[in-house]
Design a binder for this molecule. Structure first.
Ligand code: GRG
Length: 295
C-alpha cells in the first residue's frame, strides 16, 4: 500500500465532506467566511485520517465515520486560529496564507475559533449515519475528544506553553507541553476511531500506545522543522520558536538527539500495533511518513 495515495484519498474525502457541510453556513456571512478561510486553507487533515485509519485497523468501515472524523479537523483548526492570535503566538502566516486575524480582525478570528470548536461537538453528536455505530460507542468517542481537546489535553498544554516562555527549559515541562498540546488530540483521534469500531480492550491499549508515541514524535518533528524547515514548504514562518524563547526538543536536546528521539518513538509506535492485521498498514505507513514529512 502506498501511503501517499492513502493520505491523498482520505484527505479528499474529508475535504469534500467539509466543503459540503459549510456550503450553506448561516449568517452573519463574515463569520462563515472567516471559518471557511482557515478550514479550507490546505491543512493535511492528519487527525481525521488517523481516526479513520484506526477505525479501519479495528475492522470498521471508513464511510461510517467521515462526519465524526471531519469534526476533529474543526477542533484542530480552531486551535491554530487561536494559537496565531497576538495574545498567543502572534503569527502572520499559517498554511501559507495570512493568519485569520490578519484578514478578519481579532474579534472575528476569536469567534471563528469559538464557532469551530462548538460546531465540532454538534457535528459529532449528529454523526450516527450507520447502524454499525452504537450510541454508547459514540458517547464514549465524544467523551474522548472532549477530554483531549480541553483542560486535560490541548488547552492545558497550551497554557503550560504560554507560561513557560519566560522560564528556563526543562525536560519534564517540555514533555508535559508536547504530550498535552499536540499528542493528546492525535492520540484521542485514534482512540475515538477505534472506539467507534467497537474495538477490544487489547486493541484500544495498542492504539493508545501507538498514538502516544506518534503524537510526541509529530511535535518533535514540528520543532525540528521550525529550525531546519522551509517557510514555503511549511506554510508558516520558521524560526519562531527561537524568537519566542519556546521550550522545544532542539532547544533542550539539540537537533541530532531530537531526530534520534523521534525515530525511536516511531519504531515504538509501529511495535505497539504488531498484533494487528494488514488492515493496520495505513497506521504503519503514517508512522513512517511522520518522520519524513517536510510540512
Ligand atoms: C483556548 C484561547 C484558546 C486557545 C487554544 C489549544 C490552542 C489554542 C492551541 C494549541 C494547539 C497547537 C497550535 C498545537 C501545535 C500542534 C501542531 C504541530 C500544529 C500543526 O499541525 P499540522 O501540521 O497542521 O497537522 P496542518 O496545517 O497540516 O493542519
Amino acid at each position: 500500500m502506498d501511503i501517499k495515495t492513502y493520505l491523498k484519498e482520505k484527505k479528499e474525502l474529508v475535504d469534500a465532506f467539509l466543503k459540503e457541510y459549510f456550503s450553506s453556513l448561516s449568517s452573519p456571512k463574515i463569520l462563515g467566511e472567516a471559518i471557511t478561510y482557515s478550514l479550507s486553507a490546505g491543512g493535511k487533515r492528519i487527525r481525521p485520517i488517523l481516526c479513520i485509519a484506526a477505525h479501519e485497523a479495528c475492522n470498521g468501515n471508513s464511510e461510517d465515520i467521515i462526519k465524526f472524523a471531519s469534526s476533529i479537523e474543526l477542533i484542530h483548526t480552531y486551535s491554530l486560529i487561536h494559537d496565531d492570535l497576538p495574545a498567543m503566538d502572534n503569527d502572520d502566516l499559517r498554511r501559507g496564507k495570512p493568519t485569520n486575524h490578519k484578514v478578519f480582525g481579532e474579534g472575528m478570528a476569536i469567534l471563528a475559533g469559538d464557532g469551530l470548536l462548538t460546531e465540532a461537538f454538534y457535528m459529532m453528536a449528529n454523526s450516527l449515519s450507520n447502524k454499525s455505530i452504537k450510541n454508547t460507542a459514540l458517547i464514549r468517542a465524544i467523551k474522548e475528544i472532549s477530554f483531549v481537546s480541553g483542560i486535560h489535553g490541548m488547552v492545558g498544554g497550551q497554557a503550560q506553553d504560554l507560561l513557560s516562555e519566560k522560564s528556563e527549559p526543562d525536560a519534564e515541562t517540555l514533555s508535559f507541553i508536547h504530550k498535552h498540546k499536540t499528542g493528546a488530540l492525535i492520540s484521542g483521534s485514534l482512540r475515538a476511531g477505534a472506539i467507534l469500531a467497537n474495538c477490544t480492550k487489547h486493541e484500544l491499549g495498542s492504539i493508545t500506545r501507538y498514538g502516544e508515541n506518534i503524537g510526541l514524535a509529530f511535535q518533535i518533528v514540528d520543532d525540528i522543522l521550525d529550525v531546519e524547515g522551509d517557510t514555503d514548504e511549511l506554510g508558516k514562518t520558521t524560526g519562531s520558536d527561537i524568537r519566542k524563547n519556546k521550550m522545544t526538543y532542539p532547544a533542550i536536546y539539540g537537533l541530532e538527539e531530537s531526530g534520534r528521539k523521534a525515530e525511536e518513538l516511531i519504531s515504538e509506535a509501529i511495535f505497539a500495533i504488531k498484533d494487528f492485521s494488514n488492515k493496520a498498514e495505513p497506521l504503519r505507513g503514517i508512522a513512517g511518513y511522520f518522520l519524513k514529512r517536510r510540512s
